[in-house]
Design a protein around this ligand. Structure first.
Ligand code: SF4
Ligand code: SF4
Length: 199
């Protein structure tokens, strides 16, 4: 099946499941998204267990242009991102997401990846125990900004669901799939000491 037909087939299958390819509206200014007191007392349980999801918008915010294969690959090779396959309940239908990489994990995460099988979950590579997230608020990935702190860490709610992120990445057909095919099973070194986001 050609690229366009594949994208159309995936799009229509996802639509049937209520997952709409398209831009997800994000309101980063809602006050409930920021509770520095609560987050600093919790010290980042969310970031200690997983990396947050990236939206294609994050590339526009960081680099002034929407993501292209070359741009995403360049950033992927810096070692701070992972590509994750999301299963929608069928062997042939899955979406691809980009998220911050967890320390120690491979760069392409599928259901059968050793880290998933072994249940290894490290902290986000941009999280520091003493100082929290290395991104400032403005540059933080969408999934990190749209995480609403609750009364306890277990009550924190992410307002950027996996389906919405997958829907946004569907607007860039084959970009993440091609990268996942090229990098599956390969190791990319993680950022070295002294790395800062977007350096
Ligand atoms: S969002 Fe929730 S889990 Fe993350 S640092 Fe804040 S309180 Fe902790
Ligand atoms: S980028 Fe920042 S907010 Fe997102 S998971 Fe990593 S440390 Fe947490």
């Amino acid at each position: 099946m050609g690229t366009v037909s594949k994208a159309l087939a995936l799009t229509s299958a996802l639509r049937e499941m209520g997952i709409e390819p398209g831009k997800f509206k994000k309101d980063y200014d809602r006050p409930e998204l920021r509770n520095e007191e609560r987050c600093s007392s919790c010290r980042g349980l969310c970031c200690w267990t997983c990396g947050c999801l990236l939206s294609p918008d994050d590339f526009t915010k960081w680099f002034g242009i929407p993501p292209t294969l070359e741009l995403v690959e360049r950033e992927l090779r810096k070692g701070y991102l992972s590509i994750v396959a999301v299963d929608y309940g069928s062997d042939s239908i899955f979406g691809m997401l980009l998220r911050m990489r967890r320390s120690g994990e491979q760069v392409v995460i599928m259901d059968d990846s050793p880290d998933i099988v072994a249940g290894r979950f490290g902290p986000c590579v941009a999280w520091r125990e003493e100082s929290g997230c290395m991104f400032d608020w403005k540059h933080r990935p969408a999934g990190g900004k749209l995480l609403k702190p609750g009364n306890t860490p277990l009550e924190c709610v992410c307002d950027y669901p996996v389906e919405s992120a997958a829907g946004e990445w569907l607007m860039f057909p084959d970009l993440l799939t091609d990268l996942a095919n090229n990098y599956r099973g390969l190791k990319i070194p993680e950022p070295k000491t002294g790395w800062t986001p977007l350096s």
